[in-house]
Design a protein around this ligand. Structure first.
Ligand code: GTP
Ligand code: MG
Length: 216
């Protein structure tokens, strides 16, 4: 899929404040500093679209980006950032949880994990939360440029083994490097397919509306 247009729409403090447009939406979530904003910039080929920083906690609100006038990418604050105060941290948790639970347009949540690390408790707990709420997600291993091929395979296999302990099936898995521009096409074609399903389902739901011809 070609990205011809990417536009920052706005930042919302809560789900109820998010844009009302009925467009398919894809959110990026994960621990602070895992590379969510950088990945959005890679996908849109726009280095300045989402704000990135080497200091964790850069993204603090729900940020909507309109892509090709047809769908939304959403940059979320990270979870598990130790330096914020406890109440602020709980606030982030609730903001993210409510957004993910309530946002009807949300097609897939992309959960980002650092490919260098063993599975982290907080990430596994977050996946469990998505599973229990029956919300579709995909897993994205970030910063793969920091590992060599065999280290990466070893970490991926270990992650999959851990997932198979609690999941019957593996989710879609992507490997990305925002630095080396890897994984872009794979994620974009996944989004393109999902957009087509979203449109089809919408049409089918129209068909269910009883249709009467005037005067009959
Ligand atoms: P918060 O908004 O604070 O939750 O962080 P984030 O998940 O949006 O991370 P962000 O994209 O701001 O990136 C954090 C740091 O990691 C920055 O210094 C990026 O340059 C770096 N980074 C992100 N992706 C990659 C990658 O694929 N490879 C490498 N080497 N560094 C990356
Ligand atoms: Mg960010």
């Amino acid at each position: 899929m070609q990205i011809t247009k990417s536009l920052f729409i706005g930042s919302s403090p809560a789900e109820k404040d998010c844009p009302t447009a009925w467009l398919p939406e894809y959110a990026f979530i994960g621990r602070s500093n895992v590379g969510k904003s950088s990945l959005i910039n890679l996908l849109t080929a726009n280095r300045h679209l989402a704000k990135t920083s080497s200091t964790p906690g850069k993204t603090q609100l729900i940020n909507h980006f309109l892509i090709n006038d047809l769908w939304h990418l959403v940059d979320l604050p990270g979870y598990g950032w130790a330096k914020v105060s406890k109440t602020q941290r709980e606030g982030f948790g609730e903001m993210i949880e409510t957004y993910i639970r309530e946002r009807k347009q949300l097609v897939t949540t992309f959960v980002l994990v650092d490919s260098r690390l063993a599975p982290q408790e907080i990430d596994l707990a977050f996946l469990e939360f998505l599973g229990e709420a029956q919300l579709p997600f995909a897993l994205v291993f970030t910063k793969i440029d920091k590992l060599n091929f065999s280290q990466l395979q070893k970490n991926l296999n270990h992650y999959k083994e851990i997932l198979m302990e609690t999941w019957e099936e593996l989710p879609p898995i992507f490997q990305t490097s925002s630095d080396k521009k890897q994984g872009r096409e794979e994620i974009l074609s996944y989004i393109q397919k999902s957009n087509q399903i979203f449109v089809k389902e919408k049409r089918e739901s129209y068909k269910k509306i009883p249709f009467k011809i005037k005067g009959k």
